[in-house]
Design a protein around this ligand. Structure first.
Ligand SMILES: [Zn+2]
Ligand SMILES: [Zn+2]
Length: 328
């Protein structure tokens, strides 16, 4: 399925010292015009259709160069030959592969990543690369209905889904802080929660505006299949905390809960974002991780103030008790 999109700035991804020939540039452009997973022979055929003078060896060399330059990534679907997909601004992902027609589609899952981390950590194993391939029969082969969704750039789907997960987290954060502010007895505690609720509201508005800008690039974007699955974080990382606040906690417990939620959220977005190469989705995750870290700092300061006030209060009460004992 063909699909055009702006070519990356190849001067940036070009390995140092290499000379780019006109032929190679042409081959790179043809490769980048095609979304999906091409075998070397598929690419030779596409190139030959446009310029029959380019040799198979030249195409193979160009592919190897693209791999080294980070433009192409090799994938093995167990067919006895490699396929190549875009690597530049294309997040690492998992595959669904149809045994009927050979078509493949892509997805990401924060839950699978978390599971891989958990398993690796439990065995003290340092994981470098994880491959998840699901083989079966695609909808087209199963039902005979023609394919509806055309191939779209993974980068825009990744950005859409990264924004969805950030928005879900922001919403649950807003819910958490609104509830905590309403339940707070101490005016200082209430002021901290109100301030954070206000920040969540502002961030939410910004994220929603960004989401709308993304939708403006592709009117069908909302209805395209999910690329990034995030079941574990779908209700927002503050949802459990918000429930606990609703069941009744004191100001100090609410603060501790907030610290825990912000820390979980910061870690989730930072660790998940960092595993991707430069993409809009990565930037969304890392920017969000930064905001969560700032909230965490506000909360930790509030916790310290509360603790030192308590100590001063306890000392004052202790002093008064000693004086009254002395008077007795
Ligand atoms: Zn199929
Ligand atoms: Zn792929």
């Amino acid at each position: 399925m063909e699909h055009t999109h702006p070519s990356p700035d190849l001067d940036q991804v070009k390995p140092a010292g290499s000379r780019r020939s006109g032929k190679r540039e042409f081959i790179v452009n043809v490769f980048l015009r095609h979304e999906g997973h091409l075998s070397a022979d598929d690419l030779v055929e596409l190139i030959r259709r446009e310029d029959s003078r380019i040799s198979r060896a030249t195409v193979y060399r160009a592919l190897q160069w693209m791999e080294e330059a980070g433009i192409a990534r090799k994938v093995d679907f167990g067919e006895g030959r490699f396929r190549f997909e875009h690597s530049y601004r294309h997040p690492r992902h998992f595959h669904l592969i149809c045994k009927g027609c050979g078509r493949s589609s892509e997805f990401l899952s924060s839950d699978i990543e978390a599971l891989i981390e958990e398993v690796a950590a439990a065995r003290s194993f340092s994981a470098h690369q994880s491959v998840v391939q699901i083989y079966g029969t695609c909808e087209v082969c199963r039902t005979g209905r023609p394919e509806t969704a055309e191939a779209v750039r993974a980068e825009i789907l990744f950005a859409r889904d990264a924004l969805r997960i950030a928005i879900a987290t922001e919403r649950s954060g807003l819910e958490f802080y609104s509830r905590a502010a309403a339940a707070a007895r101490n005016p200082r505690g209430r002021a901290v929660f109100e301030r954070l609720a206000e920040e969540e509201r502002e961030h939410l508005a910004k994220l929603e505006a960004r989401y709308q800008r993304l939708l403006a690039q592709d009117p069908q974007l909302e209805s395209r299949p999910t690329f990034l699955f995030f079941k574990g974080a779908a209700n927002g990382l503050f949802a459990a905390g918000a429930e606990q606040v609703a069941r009744g906690v004191n100001d100090r417990q609410a603060l501790m809960l907030a610290v825990r939620c912000e820390r979980t959220s910061h870690r989730f977005f930072k660790r998940y974002g960092e595993q991707f190469e430069d993409t809009e989705g990565r930037r969304i995750f890392l920017e969000f991780a930064d905001e969560e870290r700032q909230h965490l700092e506000v909360l930790i300061r509030a916790c310290r103030t509360l603790t030192s006030r308590r100590r001063r209060g306890a000392r004052a009460r202790g002093g008064a008790a000693a004086r009254s004992r002395a008077q007795a």
